[in-house]
Design a protein around this ligand. Structure first.
Ligand code: NAD
Length: 371
């Protein structure tokens, strides 16, 4: 395959995690005989410093011309008080909205190799979970009308959802559940919020099209509690923008570290934005301490969802597992002092690439499977 992938490294640890992910994609291209070009774009604080604009003109159009966008992280304290109300995070929201990616897929998987890093006692020795959170990304309270009353005496944010927005998100979630354990949990606050009651009505209708998938509802406060109490009860969770934001961060901690978790943001075509779920981590930026695995696993999702390269995506995931199995750890996932081999971001990337390249020999029989 011959394609161009847009890359925005971003701020803080963004460039430190994007570098290894990009090299991973190049290693995949070399192993499987593809040609991936990279188109570097800028957004966020770095773009502000250079152009005085957190989303320079032409960025969205340039990304749209590519097969997918791989993104590090945007923002940081240095850009929290920019003139004209600009914020790096807003650039990200605009990118998502303009590129039409409305469904954010966030897998939270406890790998056996990282059990020791799981904060739940019952899971630290045995047990596992594999949850996919499907979060609505371009609607709800993050995009609703907001403002301040006269004199700043009050402030408001509006949560509004259309039937169309709910329905298209639910379809992505039902389809995903149908390919997995066939269990969908819709998380809302229908005992209080009218928009949540609309989510329930639409779910009741859409679920009839997916009779093989069982579907239940949880209030968000209960879901937050159940994630800690018994995460393995969940398969796919579908929820609104803000609830998904919060629950996926909660789920990430259970997997050992926020640095492990990838995400894919998809629209109705093949294009997607792929990014780790963490931010720019200013506290560790520039120290080569960041965990690049969430970004590398985002690159695996890019291969699978935007390029349709299932075997290649799996090869990346297997290489990550192999690196962990070999005891390689970044500091955030270190747990077993006797056996861990602590690596920096760059070295962890190289370890993963080593496993990708090493498997080229004698792979023939399995490489094309699943395409
Ligand atoms: P954060 O995710 O950047 O950091 C939270 C904690 O997790 C920190 O202790 C950090 O060191 C650690 N961490 C995060 N990623 C890690 C990794 N790969 N390896 C090891 N440790 C890691 O969240 P924050 O501190 O709330 O936000 C920092 C900045 O990032 C803010 O400006 C925020 O707005 C921005 N942000 C951007 C995005 C995005 O671009 N998608 C997402 C979240 C936050």
């Amino acid at each position: 395959m011959n394609c161009t992938i847009a890359v925005i490294a971003g701020d803080g640890i963004g460039p430190e995690v994007i570098g290894p992910a990009r090299e991973t994609l190049a290693a995949v291209a070399a192993r499987f005989g593809h040609s991936f070009g990279f188109r570097e774009l800028e957004a966020g604080g770095a773009a502000w410093d250079r152009y005085g604009d957190t989303l320079p003109p032409g960025t969205v159009e340039a990304a749209r011309e590519c097969a997918a966008l791989l993104l590090g992280a945007l923002g940081g304290p240095a850009w929290d008080n920019l003139p004209g109300g600009q914020r790096p995070e807003r650039a990200l929201l605009t990118l998502r909205k303009e590129l039409g990616v409305f469904a954010n897929l966030r897998p939270a998987v406890l790998l056996p190799q990282l059990r020791a890093a799981c904060p739940l006692k019952a899971f630290a020795e045995r047990g596992s979970f594999d949850i996919l959170i499907v979060r609505e990304l371009t609607g709800g309270i993050y995009f609703g009308e907001r403002g301040r009353g006269e004199g700043g005496s009050n402030a408001y944010d509006t949560m509004s959802y259309s039937v169309h927005e709910i329905e298209r998100l639910l379809r992505v979630a039902f389809e995903a559940a149908a390919r997995r354990q066939k269990k969908l949990t819709v998380v809302d606050k229908a005992n209080v919020l009218e928009s949540s009651r609309l989510w329930r009505e639409v779910t009741e209708r859409v679920k009839k099209e997916y009779p093989a998938v069982s579907c239940d509802f949880f209030y968000v406060d209960n879901a937050a509690m159940q994630l800690i109490r018994s995460p393995s009860q969940f398969d796919v969770i579908a929820t609104s923008n803000m609830f998904g934001d919060i629950l996926s961060d909660e789920a990430s901690v259970l997997t050992g570290s926020i640095g492990m978790l990838p995400s894919a943001s998809l629209g109705s075509g093949g294009f997607g934005i792929y990014e780790p779920i963490h931010g720019s981590a200013p506290d560790i930026a520039g120290q080569n301490k960041a965990n690049p695995l969430g970004t590398i696993l985002s690159a695996a999702m890019l291969l699978r969802y935007s390029l349709g390269l299932e075997s290649e995506g799996r090869a990346v995931e297997e290489a990550v597992t192999a690196a962990l199995e070999a005891g390689f750890r970044t500091v955030d996932i270190a747990g077993d002092a006797a056996n861990d081999k602590i690596l920096g971001a760059k070295e962890m990337g190289r370890a993963v690439i080593e496993f990708i390249s090493r498997r080229s020999e004698g792979e023939g029989a399995t490489a094309g499977r699943g395409r």
